[in-house]
Design a protein around this ligand. Structure first.
Ligand code: FPP
Ligand code: MG
Length: 329
């Protein structure tokens, strides 16, 4: 079993510097805001995005140095803080009471304050990015904020209309997850001044990894044994059609499809419908079908990596691909 500690190893010291960098840059005026900010930052989760920035930087650095340095830390901070802000807003939108096994910011301080904390983090992040004068870096990360918002709105519209197709599902997860992972991998290369084609290649790598990552997230949502720190079957309760269910819906006849969709419409208030759909997806092989699609994206990511010569960072990125498929949290 590949662990995140193994994956982080080639950039462990850089990630420590990154943590200190974020703590220095992100302070707030006002006791309550400072308390909320500390709360949001004290459980940042797996740190996949900063790890991806660092490993991409290490693999693309023209000369190997002891440390990757502040340009790379800044790039990692910009993407990670967009991620932090987006989850704070996401929990408001989804009315989620839990995140990573503890109360969400909205559950603890109410939605109106949670929205403002997310805004504050985004604004601060942009200020810090702009004052570095690295406008190409800031442009990259701003594009991913736009994509995140487009993805969330599209997802919410498709859930309301129950008209998610495979194409719209893939577009949603590309925008809400793959784009920020693509940005993470590309800004790592940009920060070490890699050639433009390498920056683009890394974006494609990160996007393929991100597609796989979100599909696994959607698979885990159906699994009661996962250690995600989130209640399972949340997507069903939110009326979201993700790949495991979508695959089943594509295979059943029209009558059964409308039966299942009727059940889905009741999931926000009826636990029996949640259990029935969950069972149906498991029994009809929806999880295995989704896993096959995920493996396709991982193969693409590994193909892109194989254009680099062997190095500890490349091995770690290949391990990250394996981790995405194996993870249970
Ligand atoms: C989690 O998805 C949410 C996202 C990946 C993106 C959320 C984006 C926004 C709310 C748009 C606003 C963006 C910014 C930068 C403020 P999920 O609900 O499927 O996963 P979950 O189960 O972890 O909640
Ligand atoms: Mg959510």
């Amino acid at each position: 079993m590949i662990t995140l500690d193994i994956i982080r190893k080639p950039v462990a010291a850089d990630l420590e510097e990154f943590d200190a960098f974020v703590a220095r840059q992100f302070t707030a005026e006002g006791d309550l805001l400072e308390e909320m900010l500390r709360y949001a930052l004290s459980s940042r989760g797996k740190g996949i995005r900063p790890t991806l920035v660092m490993l991409s930087a290490a693999m693309n650095a023209p000369v190997k140095t002891e440390r990757l340095g502040p340009r790379v830390s800044l790039a990692a901070m910009l993407v990670e803080m967009i991620h932090v802000a987006s989850l704070i807003h996401d929990d408001v939108i989804d009315e989620s009471a839990e995140r990573r096994g503890r109360a969400s910011v909205n559950a603890r301080w109410q939605s109106r304050k949670a929205v403002l904390l997310g805004d504050y983090i985004l604004a601060r992040n942009m200020n810090i990015g702009l004052s570095s004068g690295q406008f190409d870096l800031v442009t990259h990360v701003c594009n991913s904020i736009t994509a995140l918002c487009e993805g969330e709105i599209f997802q919410s519209d498709c859930a309301e209309k129950q008209n998610t197709t495979r194409q719209s599902y893939l577009e949603i997860i590309h925008k809400k997850t793959a784009s920020l992972l693509g940005t993470s991998a590309s800004v790592g290369a940009l920060a070490v001044r890699a050639p433009r084609e390498r920056v683009e290649l890394m974006r494609n790598f990160g996007e393929a990894l991100g597609m796989a990552f979100q599909i696994q997230d959607d698979i885990l949502d159906f699994s009661p044994s996962a250690r995600t720190g989130k209640p399972s079957n949340n997507d069903l309760r939110e009326g979201k059609i993700t790949l495991p269910l979508l695959d089943v819906l594509e295979r059943v006849d029209a009558e059964r499809r409308s039966e299942l969709l009727e059940r889905l419409a009741r999931c926000h208030e009826d636990e029996e419908s949640v259990a029935l759909l969950q069972r149906t997806v498991v029994e009809e092989g929806g999880l295995e079908a989704a896993a096959r699609v995920m493996q396709g994206y991982l193969r693409r990511a590994l193909d892109l990596l194989s254009t680099y010569e062997d190095s500890p960072a490349r091995t770690a990125l290949a391990n990250l691909c394996a981790y995405v498929a194996e993870r249970d949290r």
